[in-house]
Each structure stands twice: as structure tokens, then as C-alpha cells.
Design a protein around this ligand. Structure first.
Ligand SMILES: [Zn+2]
Length: 72
């Protein structure tokens, strides 16, 4: 079961909860009873934006030798 980190904005405490992914965005209640909490992003949400390989090279089609009249 995934683990989610939350931080309470009322008392500043951080805590973690284990819950189903379907409930990941459900409001969490601080151990102190506060409901003003925010979900922290953990290492789960890492994207590979910095390691892009660039667009694949694609040869132009239909521009063969006969297109320029060199073989006629
Ligand atoms: Zn709290």
C-alpha cells in the first residue's frame, strides 16, 4: 500500500498515512486533530523530463531521385 506524507498547516506537524491510491486525495486529519493538511509530494512523483531523448529523426518521404527529374 502506498504511503503518503502530509503536513499540517495548523501545527506544522508532518505525518504519513498508508492508504489506497484511490484515497490519495482524500483529506487527511493531523494526529493532533487538525484538518488543515496538505499532501506532500514524495519521491513517487518523479518525471523524466530532464532525460528526454529528443524527437526521432524521420526521413522525408516522396522526395526520391525521380522527384527532381534526374533519372528521366
Ligand atoms: Zn496539526
Amino acid at each position: 500500500m502506498p504511503r503518503y506524507d502530509f503536513r499540517c498547516r495548523s501545527c506544522g506537524a508532518t505525518f504519513e498515512l498508508r492508504r489506497q491510491m484511490a484515497q490519495a486525495n482524500d483529506p487527511a486529519v493531523c494526529p493532533q486533530g487538525h484538518e488543515d493538511t496538505v499532501k506532500l509530494l514524495s519521491a513517487v512523483a518523479v518525471t523524466g523530463a530532464a532525460s528526454g531523448g529528443g524527437a526521432p529523426q524521420q526521413a522525408p518521404s516522396g522526395g526520391g531521385c525521380c522527384g527532381g527529374g534526374c533519372c528521366g
